[in-house]
Design a protein around this ligand. Structure first.
Ligand code: ATP
Ligand code: MG
Length: 389
């Protein structure tokens, strides 16, 4: 099963390209689902049909779904939220304020991605295309379970046992309700399921495509998301430059745009060196409906296979060298000055600008110390040495 994610700045054409790619896959006879986790229901508008919160058939082999993020949020978070509300109530926090506090910002979007897990497990699809919300931040949040790994494995079960044993005493003494088993269950389940989704999306059959328009501001953001996506283990296997002005007989206004776009296009090529670059012209109208969307995608991929599984190594590698094992982490556009490394138990904490990832080291490296680090050709290389006692 192939999973393709489309991300990019607001309004650049993510939904259009995602829908078109899905239409291409379905036309090949593959059972295809395209889903959006965005509250703005633009997939339905692009296909020009009514689409519900369940997969809706829009063409042979092609289904569309707009995940009801609010509903998923309530389902996954209800138990935990209920507990938080009871604590806040005892703490004297006003009910309305408490309800606001018990909602995690950005969580809806992440929880909507849980839908992906259900579909992946169902075995009903050959291709799943995800039309992401206008920022890649969501994908970063999926690494949360990994960051909590140490806590969830070591501290959480202990805490759970202690609370269970002392619940009656503690509740009476502190006057604060102690979380019940169902709250712990809900937390554990949420953690495990999010972890599975992250594993699915960073797996060998998944990849992310960045959609952009040839404008400096858009490119700047795309460059940042390339670094961020790589840091969190996602593999970017294509860039779609959308809404390129056709270079024809032009008045001064259009000629100006053509020139400006051409120069940004050159920068895009440089910024995404090594990643296939696909293009799509600015059409005279909005591409709507299955046929128009498929035509656009046909132009985008221009004969190359839109479903090709990305070749080469993933963003995270470990190789043995004479000087010791070297961990490689693809970090395009980062220099060693931007990167900060720290060791925390069997985890390596990699900070790049405002992003931080806790990488659980493979067992072979857990008892090694960091000997040296450098960034070469967009890859962070960390050399390890056996710990000498
Ligand atoms: N190549 C193109 N030529 C002409 N119009 C286009 C092209 N690509 C997209 N559009 C139009 O641009 C608008 C925005 O596209 P789309 O909804 O796909 O962007 P998006 O990145 O998904 O936006 P959002 O961030 O709001 O989700 C739509 O009206 C769409 O029909
Ligand atoms: Mg969209």
């Amino acid at each position: 099963m192939r999973i393709l994610l489309f991300t990019g700045k607001g309004g650049v054409g993510k939904s259009t390209v995602a829908a078109g790619t899905a239409a291409l896959a379905a036309a090949r006879g593959l059972r295809t689902l395209v889903l959006s986790t965005d509250a703005a229901h633009s997939l339905a508008d692009a296909f020009g049909v009514e689409v519900g919160a369940e997969p809706t058939r829009v063409a042979p082999g092609l289904h569309v779904q707009q995940v009801d993020a609010q509903l998923r949020f309530e389902q996954s978070w209800a138990e935990i939220q209920g507990y938080l509300l009871s604590v806040l109530d005892v703490a004297g926090v006003d009910r309305v304020a408490a309800e606001e506090l018990a909602v995690l910002p950005g969580a809806e979007e992440v929880l909507a991605l849980l839908e992906l897990r259900v579909h992946a497990l169902s075995g009903e699809w050959d291709v799943i295309v995800v039309d992401c919300a206008p920022t890649a931040e969501t994908l970063r949040l999926l690494a949360l379970p990994e960051a909590l790994g140490w806590y969830m494995e070591r501290v959480f079960p202990v805490e759970r046992r202690i609370v269970k044993a002392l619940r009656p005493v503690l509740s009476r003494a502190a006057g604060v309700p102690m979380p019940t088993d169902t709250v712990f269950d809900a937390l554990q389940r949420l953690h495990d399921e999010l972890d599975e989704v992250h594993a699915l999306l960073t797996g060998p059959e998944s990849s992310v495509r960045v959609v952009l328009t040839p404008e400096s501001v858009v490119l700047a953001e795309a460059r940042r998301s390339l670094t961020m996506l790589s840091l969190f283990g996602y593999r970017v296997d294509g860039v779609v430059v959308n809404r390129i002005f056709p270079d024809a007989e032009a008045d001064e206004w259009r000629a100006g745009w053509v020139r400006a776009q051409r120069s940004v296009l050159a920068e895009v090529r440089e910024s995404f060196a090594g990643v296939p670059l696909w293009r799509s012209l600015y059409r005279a109208g909005e591409p709507m409906g299955v046929d128009a969307l498929r035509e656009l995608a046909d132009e985008v991929y221009d004969g190359s296979d839109p479903l090709a599984v990305p070749a080469g190594r993933g963003p995270f590698t470990v190789s043995r060298t004479a000087a010791g094992p070297v961990l490689g982490l693809s970090l395009p556009h980062a220099s060693l000055d931007d990167v900060d490394l720290a060791r925390h138990g069997d985890e390596l904490v990699v900070t790049v600008g405002s992003y931080r990832r806790l990488l659980t080291l493979p067992p072979g490296l857990a008892r090694h110390r960091v000997a040296a680090a450098r960034v070469q050709d967009g890859v962070l290389q960390v050399r390890f040495e056996e710990e000498t006692a």
